[in-house]
Ligand binder design. Structure first.
Ligand code: PBG
Length: 325
């Protein structure tokens, strides 16, 4: 095909024509909305670096979940702020823990909403690391047991799916075995399979109060430079029993989303993380970007790269926009 026989502009002439040949369509079905749950009642504490996102007490989280589901978003992912942090992150696997309370309250009101839980210790440990610290190092194998306990405790509270984000080796296997032993063989695992050590998590750590108190996460999260290693990480999680594989963050890692999509046949998730959200919000507030337009462009780009599911703080805004069209 060559000019002037082929003219690419012929099919761009009108919105109706463009609509007919559009290759990628973002749908509300693709979204998973993150919620931050905190102790107390009637609390809505805005996150200054994430306009529109707040820490919510359980009662308000239920209302937020209702609104989210009413907009057509099928799932939420829960993050918790414990009353007290300690060395082993005890509240993470306590029956009365904040997430366990939130799951029960949300599922009670909205049985059809899919409630996913983030499984990681960093919000619950006093040192802010994603596992047990032994002699100044995050101890892999000692952490597995706690992650497994945490997952079982979420399932007991009624969670529909667990999503380990800690990046310990062998955690999908440990969680799968623990769930199966307790009769939760039908609870799927969405693994944060290729999770990179990223500066884009900054605003999240304000939201989840999970900044490490010493060092950083580079000894367990992946080096941002590595794509082949990302495929090895995903392959391990698939072998260990992951049902959905996730790449995180999304925007600087679109090549990895694409590679994972091509190599594996499980559903692929992508986490459009806090920093990716905050950048757009901040620029839009200054009038530097058209927020709705770049939001949809970003979500479309993530989907075009190969993601089936997108975890995004834009879920409600995008759902509203899609409903208008
Ligand atoms: C917990 C966790 C993090 C995010 C999701 N789960 C933070 C981190 O690893 O430091 C980041 C999400 C975001 O930035 O939106 N380990």
């Amino acid at each position: 095909m060559y000019f002037p026989v082929y003219r690419a502009r012929r099919l761009r002439k009108s919105e109706t024509l463009r609509r007919m040949v559009r290759e990628t369509k973002v749908s509300v079905d693709d979204f998973i909305y993150p919620l931050f749950v905190t102790h107390g009642r009637k609390i809505r504490k805005e996150i200054s670096s994430m306009p529109g996102i707040a820490q919510l007490s359980v009662d308000w989280a239920v209302r937020e979940a209702e609104e989210t589901f009413r907009l057509g978003v099928p799932a939420v992912i829960l993050f918790g702020l414990p009353k007290k942090k300690d060395l082993r992150g005890s509240e993470a696997y306590a029956r009365s823990g904040i997430i366990q309370q939130a799951i029960r309250a949300i599922k009670d009101k909205l049985p059809e909403l899919v409630v996913i839980t983030d499984v990681c210790l960093c919000e619950y440990t006093s040192h802010g690391h994603c596992g047990v610290v032994v002699k100044g190092q995050v101890d892999n194998d000692a952490t597995l047991e706690l992650l497994a306990k945490m997952s079982v405790s979420h399932a007991e509270a009624g969670a529909d799916m667990v999503a380990p984000s800690d990046m310990m080796d062998g955690r999908v296997q440990a969680i799968r075995q623990a769930l199966d032993r307790r009769g939760f063989e039908n609870i799927p695992i969405m693994a944060y399979a290729a999770k990179h050590a990223s500066g884009f998590y900054g605003p999240f750590r304000e939201a989840a109060e999970s900044t490490p108190q010493f060092g950083d996460r580079r000894s367990y999260q992946m080096d941002p430079s590595n794509a082949r290693e990302a495929l090895r990480e995903v392959a391990l999680d698939v072998q260990e029993g992951a049902d959905i594989i996730m790449v995180k963050p999304a925007l600087p890692y679109l090549d990895i989303i694409r590679a994972v999509r091509e190599e594996f046949n499980l559903p692929v998730g992508a986490y459009n993380v806090s920093g990716e959200y905050s950048m757009i919000k901040a620029a839009a507030q200054r009038g530097w970007l058209d927020e709705e337009r770049v939001m949809m462009e970003v979500l479309t780009g993530i989907k075009r790269a190969g993601a089936d599911l997108i975890l995004t703080y834009f879920a409600k805004d995008a759902a509203r926009l899609l409903a208008k069209k």
